[in-house]
Write a protein that binds this ligand. Structure first.
Ligand code: TNX
Length: 538
């Protein structure tokens, strides 16, 4: 066994801090130590099946040999150690290699992955990173831990599934060499999961989060309440989960998150640089709340609360004139806001067919002040355009372009979730085993082939980003959830991250095939769309 001693003195560490130029210096030090040369395959970084596609890629046609002599190095202040740990765990999972962290000084490593704090990148974007992949070093420059985390996902995708055991005496995983300069097209790249129509437990949501993070999605909006179920413990109104949490579509047993569970989920998401946005849908979609506490019920045209396991929408409403209702909302927002480090609280606001327009407007405006009081920015489905909303508000386009445009004219920012393009609960085609079709059939190409930059007619500066919602009326298990989400969500991740010049259906299709081994290794169910030239399953 040959070890090369790498001397990383203070001078070099300082050089590393300035980013891109430093790897030359490292190369000199590493190469000055004699060692048996490795045989490296020719590669082409441009051919890598990365999703989302990075902003800029420059191949150098050699490789970094990831192997048992590789180590990860992080800055001395420890700020990126958690990221290094994450990378090491994921490498272990994929290759079986145990990659130590910060052992370079002990001279045990021949090749080093430097995760490097490069403040100079910060001005461009919070998530911008650079990857320099050389024969003996990989340098990841990032100004923030968030950016480093995004860069790590790119690196994970570049590690081949299989080692190359024939070129050398020991197994190496050749990572194609070159440089990648990357940053997102939109700061908000989200998906929504409806845990109200069918409940999904912590383990299921965590598995989903793992895959979302792999594709650089950074927001998970949870639709926590609806007519069929209330899914989050509210200590001041315990019947919401004692009664409202026990049902779901189709008659199953439902379920809910205790506040402890929810905190755990928020922390797990945060570790993956994903913000959870809680949604409590109101004044409509509130049958489960009114069933738990009949005092909240609107009466009038709204249907009398009863256990609902059907898929009808638009028949329920909170009372919009009772102070008790606003105390209730105040308590709910306060308790959930306290569990939510993210900046947003989603109030729903959609499909209020049994609420008078004037009452709806008053309601949304009153709830807006409650949300602000608890330190959050209000998000609502774009129906809230009917109300007086201000520039702190975020409006989510789902059906009506007119509502989207009106919201923006009133100063709100926009999230794009057009049902005809971005609804993960729409069937792929007439053969789909799950899903609805009220908005459209959305095959994998339709899901990808639209431009968030131009689709709504709203200028890009007013658009936070895109979000693909997954309503759960027709899915009861994780495998069914995955069937609707994958592979379409991978395309939405690319629409959110990659610039239009880098997107093409032909190229994407090939890169999607490259994701198949990941999906299979992670036991993620996906729809084997006939539009994609999948590899045959092994
Ligand atoms: C419309 S989209 C809804 C949901 C349903 C979904 C089913 C929106 C704001 N409301 O209540 O679950 O369609 O696709």
């Amino acid at each position: 066994m040959i070890y090369s001693k790498i001397v990383l003195n203070k001078y070099l560490r300082n050089l590393l801090k300035i980013g891109g130029t430093s790897f030359f210096a490292l190369g000199i030090v590493a190469c000055s130590q004699p060692k048996k040369p490795l045989h490296l395959p020719k590669t082409d970084l441009k051919e890598a099946t990365l999703v989302p596609k990075p902003l800029k890629t420059v191949p150098t046609f050699s490789a970094f040999a990831l192997d048992q002599y590789t180590s990860i190095h992080t800055p001395a202040n420890g700020s990126l150690d958690a990221i290094a740990q994450f990378l090491s765990e994921k490498i272990k999972l994929k290759t079986g290699l145990d990659i130590p962290i910060n052992t370079a000084e002990e001279g045990l490593a021949q090749r080093i992955i430097y995760i490097n704090q490069a403040d100079s990148l910060k001005t461009k974007d919070n998530e911008a990173y650079q990857l320099y992949i050389n024969k003996d070093s990989i340098i990841l420059n990032a100004a923030t831990s968030e950016a480093a985390f995004r860069g790590i996902q790119t690196l994970r995708q570049l590690i081949p599934e299989q080692s190359n055991d024939t070129l050398n005496e020991h197994a190496i995983w050749p990572v194609p060499s070159g440089k990648i300069m990357d940053r997102p097209n939109f700061g908000y790249r989200g998906t929504m999961l409806d845990v109200a129509r069918h409940f999904f437990d912590l383990e299921e949501v965590k598995k989903y989060i793992d895959a979302l993070a792999y594709y650089k999605i950074n927001v998970l909006h949870l639709h926590l309440t609806d007519d069929q179920g209330w899914r989050i413990e509210i200590k001041s109104w315990p019947k919401l989960t004692q009664i409202g949490g026990q049902t779901e579509v189709g008659g199953g047993k439902g379920g809910f998150y205790t506040q402890k569970d929810y905190k755990d989920l928020v922390a797990y998401a945060a570790k993956h640089y994903i913000t959870i946005i809680p949604e409590v849908d109101m004044p409509g979609h509130t049958n489960a709340a009114s069933l738990s506490y009949p005092i909240l019920h609107a009466g009038g045209k709204a249907e009398k609360p009863r256990i609902r396991t059907d898929m009808k929408v638009g028949y329920s409403s909170l009372h919009t004139k009772k102070d008790t209702v606003y105390s209730f909302i105040d308590n709910v927002v306060e308790e959930i806001a306290a569990l939510s480090p993210g900046p947003y609280f989603h109030i729903g606001g959609d499909e209020t067919h049994v609420t008078q327009k004037k009452d709806y407007v008053d309601f949304v405006e009153r709830v807006a002040t409650i949300v602000q009081k608890h330190g959050k920015r209000m998000v609502g489905w774009a129906d809230i355009a009917a109300a007086g909303i201000d520039s702190t508000t975020i409006s989510q386009f789902w059906r009506s372009k007119e509502n989207a445009i009106t919201s923006v004219q009133k100063g709100a920012k926009l999230i794009l979730s057009p049902a005809k393009k971005a609804y993960l609960d729409m069937k792929y085609d007439t053969l789909s085993k799950h899903g609805l079709s009220w908005a459209a059939l959305i095959p994998v190409d339709t899901a990808y082939l639209w431009s968030p930059e131009t689709y709504s007619g709203v200028p890009k500066e007013q658009i936070l980003g895109i979000e693909a919602p997954l309503w759960s009326e027709t899915i009861a298990t994780l495998s069914e959830l995955e069937y609707l989400a994958f592979p379409r969500i991978i395309g939405y991740a690319e629409l959110g991250w990659s610039v239009p010049e880098n997107r093409s259906w032909e190229g994407y299709k090939e890169r999607l095939v490259g994701q198949q081994s990941y999906l299979e290794r992670m036991s993620i169910n996906y729809y084997p769309s006939p539009l994609i030239p999948w590899n045959e399953k092994e």
